[in-house]
Every structure is written in C-alpha cells, then in structure tokens.
Unconditional design. Structure first.
Length: 115
C-alpha cells in the first residue's frame, strides 16, 4: 500500500511564496505520475500540476508561470513551488500518485492567501 504525506501549507500574503512537499512511502511502482490538485470551499477538486517519472509536466492555465512542480525520484517526493500567490489560490492542496496498480491521495494541506 502507498501512502502520501503532504507538508508546507500555511498562511501567506498575496504576492508571497510557499513550497509544498509530498513524500510517498510503501510499495511504490517505479513508473508513476505524481501531481497536485486543489479544492476551494464550495468548488470541485481541480488539477494544479502533474509530473511523470521522466519529468514531463502539465499545468493548469491558472498557475502557469507562477507554480513549478518538480520531483526527486530517489526520495519519492514531489514538490510544488508556488510564487506570486493570489487570494484565489486559497484551497486545500492534495497530493496524488497514479501508477499501474494504484491511485492514492494525501490528506491535504491548507493554503490560505490573504489580500
């Protein structure tokens, strides 16, 4: 079984930066996609960014140029560097990992951006 543990959320002023981390443990398949999603109050969960084992990335239009996803395969960890944060980025951010045999989610970490 695979577990994901997120960290790095918090409260930041608009224009500030935060870095989220997500560490995977357990029976991790070597080829997988890891990503970040977010859910704001009253809204559906939405894609933020994904990254494959090989480093190919995909971003939501709303975060392009501001957020950067990266991963350390040796540590089974994915990161999300968030710059130029806006109040509309406020949400619970969830880490996700998909592989041949699993699709798992982390518990979520709150990001709050004040105006």
């Amino acid at each position: 079984q695979v577990q994901l543990v997120e960290s790095g959320g918090g409260l930041v002023q608009a224009g500030g930066s935060l870095r989220l981390s997500c560490a995977a443990s357990g029976r991790i398949f070597s080829i997988n996609v890891m990503g970040w999603y977010r859910q704001a109050p009253g809204k559906q969960r939405e894609l933020v960014a994904t990254i494959t084992t090989g480093g190919s990335t995909n971003y939501a239009d709303s975060v392009k140029g501001r957020f950067t996803i990266s991963r350390d395969n040796a540590k089974n960890t994915v990161y999300l560097q968030m710059n130029s944060l806006k109040p509309e980025d406020t949400a619970v951010y969830y880490c996700n990992s998909i592989a041949r045999d699993y699709n798992v989610w982390g518990q979520g970490t709150q990001v709050t951006v004040s105006s």
